[in-house]
Design a protein around this ligand. Sequence first.
Ligand SMILES: C[S@@+](CC[C@H](N)C(=O)[O-])C[C@H]1O[C@@H](n2cnc3c(N)ncnc32)[C@H](O)[C@@H]1O
Length: 224
Amino acid sequence: MSNELIALGVEGLGLDLTPENLANLELFLQEMHRWNRVHNLTAIDNEQDSIRLHLIDSITVLPIMRHYLKIQSPQIADLGSGGGLPAIPIAILQPSWHLTLIEAVRKKTAFLQHIRGKLGLKNIEVLSERAEAVAKARPGQFDAVISRAFSSLTQFLDLSLPLLRPGGLVFAMKGKRADEELKAVCIDSWQLLADESLHIPNLAVERRLLVLSPMRKLPLSAQH
Ligand SMILES: C[S@@+](CC[C@H](N)C(=O)[O-])C[C@H]1O[C@@H](n2cnc3c(N)ncnc32)[C@H](O)[C@@H]1O
């Protein structure tokens, strides 16, 4: 695996990556492969697929997130982070954003802590907990919640709602079943702000990023 190999895919995304960014992304992938061999962190073991499917997929969301997250240092929760996607690549490329990685399986959070130290990522925290528990323990603390391959859209929205600050956003990384999943979402409770197609260089798979915001119900006294 080389910097050039990663650059081949990320060039097409229009992100201005520094040599340090590329070195850190590469180190992350190397560590993932190393831990995968021992702990089976992810299902895909082929290096080329891994680069495209995991890493590139995770950073294609960045331009859209940048567009919607206007504040300087948003607090973002990644539910069901697994081996660190999409949170680790985002944290590498956006050092001013703070990411909370929530993952229930301990061997995975051990890997995430290892990555935090290895890459010197000061802008992430790793919680070895179920998202349901964090939703209760830390209500209203996040400007955004994101997930990739975590749960159904409706379950993800239900879990995200208590975590969000007023004005907070949900970013749902989805594949071709997005339309079907959107039909199940209560339109009185959620507004779909964007449904963006993600283009992954050299790979013909349908990937989409849905951006949603909760409709806050007015208290009865404020309704006419
Ligand atoms: C299919 S993996 C996806 C991991 C990563 N987001 C990715 O895209 O590679 C789903 C992850 O969610 C975690 N998970 C499932 N339900 C969870 C919950 N309620 N709270 C926290 N983590 C959960 C699982 O342990 C697993 O690591």
